[in-house]
Design a protein around this ligand. Sequence first.
Ligand code: ADP
Length: 434
Amino acid sequence: MQGALLFELSFLLVPLAVGSGLWLSGASPAWVWPLALLPYLARNLYYMHRLAILIRRHHRLAPPFPRGLWGELYRSIARYQQRGRKSRKRQIRFSRRFREAANAVPDALVILDKQLRVDWANPAAARLMNIRWPEDDERRFTELLTNSDLEHFIEAGDYMRPLDIAPAHNRAIMLSLRITPFGERKKQRLVVGRDITKIYHLNMIRRDFVANASHELRTPLTVIAGFLEPLIEAPITPDSHRRPLSLMFHQTERMCSIIEDLLTLSRLEMHDSPDAQTVVDVPDELHLILQEAQALSNGQHQFETRIEDDLLLVGNQPELRSGFSNLVFNAVKHTPPGSKISICWRCEAEGALFSVEDNGPGIAQVHLPRLTERFYRVDGARSRDSGGTGLGLAIVKHVLNRHDARLWVSSEVGKGTVFYCRFPPKRGISPRPE
Ligand code: ADP
């Protein structure tokens, strides 16, 4: 840099000094003096003009570079250009690799802008969602993938759970759609569509099998129970037969309860949301459940209620009744005589909350995540003795899912258990309409 500056100064000062010397010695007229600057100005003009042209035409600056400060400037710009070229190449390589990876993904990927118009889609989106990119660029997503559930799903904006749909362009496939907002202020959305046709059909086969088998078993079991009950007390029955008959009757009853619960679960699995939704008088239902729980407890438990009589809920009455009663009856069945059970129904900012608290034996933390699995019991033998089917909490979970509600449990061994059900604010109605 120093050398370049010295070169520049010498290029400027030497002609100046010569011109001044000639003028001072009287050997030349005065105008010779500024004339000495002409080569310097011409050189600057030439390199400036050349640089302007090279930059305007996006030409690459290559050696040989001029000497002096212009050379430094040319060299710096050439280095800057090289860095830019390298980073552009890296970006192109990265975006090509990203596109190749996205194209190889078997799931449909679609990026939507804030107006829900298609911004980009991978090839799998054509097969699974009927969206072709770039042909469908800027077209509305819901015009291309038509489904009434999808419109509601997008409008609701609750993307925690996936949406399963059979797309209109190909009813033979089943798609699980997940939407993830991203980008500036989360206005853009990434839609991932996974083909779950096989899993869905297997699930349907399992569900139909359970429903059909339960249905087929119900009638013979009812007939057996119907004959066994009078036989236990009949005078013709020898005394030695009464106990085995009574055991047979109780086991048949137990099987009938399991079959009923399996049928309830199958019914709940049929559709994602309840068919008949009305305004349910939850306080009224809870008072009835309380009476049944007191009968089940046979006066051996203390009950306490904190129920907001003005708080109603939009939902399906039989389903909600079944969900709430399972939790209250569990508190009776799985706690020893003398235990205290509190039932609470109240309105909170986050939505209506139902809870059942007991001071029974509690449940160890390891069991909590598995409680809602079918036939999962903390203490198998004790649960069966108390008449449990092992399906109660699975039913509760399904009922709550269908009402957009959440179930969680808080428990401590030796202290007791609390089951909470939180409903979204849009489902609560308070105060009670006239
Ligand atoms: P069950 O028909 O056996 O009650 P559930 O699915 O309703 O089946 O409950 C699963 C298991 O969770 C029960 O077997 C029991 O061990 C445990 N459980 C449920 N509620 C309580 C409670 N309030 N206190 C202690 N354990 C409970």
